[in-house]
Ligand binder design. Structure first.
Ligand code: PGA
Length: 258
């Protein structure tokens, strides 16, 4: 079965409720003729900051655009001042959550074990995670990309059954390509995507490996999206900067070829 391409917009710490309403409405207006692949419409999700989720949920109501959050706490409730739980995200209208983004790993000390606890909690309450993996420039130059990505997959996805794994999306985001304008070449990205798919085939099963969508992330723009998305193992994009502009994000979605 063909994997339906999946384009996601990670707004990061941008987009207050007023801006969220404008951006969501602009995308809803453009969504009518977004491309389909094998009869199924390209999947699109938006990940605004917590404070803008309610406005975004309201503006996206009745559309196919999926709402998600950028992070969550591993516990379902409790004395964790300043944190937000998975059940809260569900009631706020989220169906997905980004976990293990390199900025969370880099600036907030998230380990593979912490990512794993969050993944398990998200799945337990019925939120579908996008689990991010990727190497730094130093690691790539030392030829350690597969070792690092393999470790992040093994640690972050520990304990997942084949069924649960099929509800997860993986995002390969080389850290050196995020927000830098330096996009991985199609060959560089494709190689790691095939490594990830093989890892899933070896660890879980060939069926799981064929079903799970692997997005590429890192400086995806309308002008480089078409080439990346044409690779059979690149199933979509996790877009940061360009997802804050309706025309650019729309352009990336339209780069999906039917
Ligand atoms: P970017 O961010 O598109 O701005 O490089 C991607 C991401 O961090 O998800």
């Amino acid at each position: 079965m063909a994997r339906v391409p999946f384009i996601a917009g990670n707004w990061k710490m941008n987009g207050d409720p007023t801006q969220a309403k404008i951006l969501c409405a602009a995308l809803v207006a453009r969504s009518k003729d977004w491309p389909s692949v094998s009869g199924e419409k390209v999947a699109v999700a938006l990940f605004p900051p917590f404070v803008s989720l309610a406005t975004a949920a309201e503006t996206l109501k009745g559309t196919d655009i999926i709402l998600g959050a950028q992070n969550m706490h591993e516990a379902q409730s409790g004395a964790f001042t300043g944190e937000v739980s998975a059940p809260m995200l569900l009631t706020a209208g989220c169906r997905m959550v980004i976990l293990g983004h390199s900025e969370r790993r880099q600036y907030f000390g998230e380990t593979d074990a912490a990512v794993n606890r969050k993944v398990l909690t998200a799945l337990e309450v019925g939120l579908h995670p996008i689990v991010c993996v990727g190497e730094t420039l130093e690691e790539r130059e030392a030829d350690r990309t597969e070792e690092i990505v393999g470790r992040q997959l093994a640690g972050g996805l520990k304990g997942l059954s084949e069924d649960l794994m099929q509800t997860v999306t993986i995002a390969y985001e080389p850290v050196w390509a995020i927000g830098t304008g330096k996009v991985a070449t199609i060959q560089q990205a494709g190689e790691v995507h095939r490594f990830i798919r093989q890892w899933m085939a070896d660890t879980l099963s060939r069926d799981v490996a064929e079903a799970v969508r692997i997005q590429y992330g890192g400086s995806v723009k309308p002008d480089n999206a078409e080439g990346l998305l044409a690779d059979p193992d690149i199933d979509g994009a996790l877009v940061g900067g360009a997802s804050l502009d309706a025309d650019q994000f729309d352009g990336i979605i339209r780069a999906v070829k039917p």
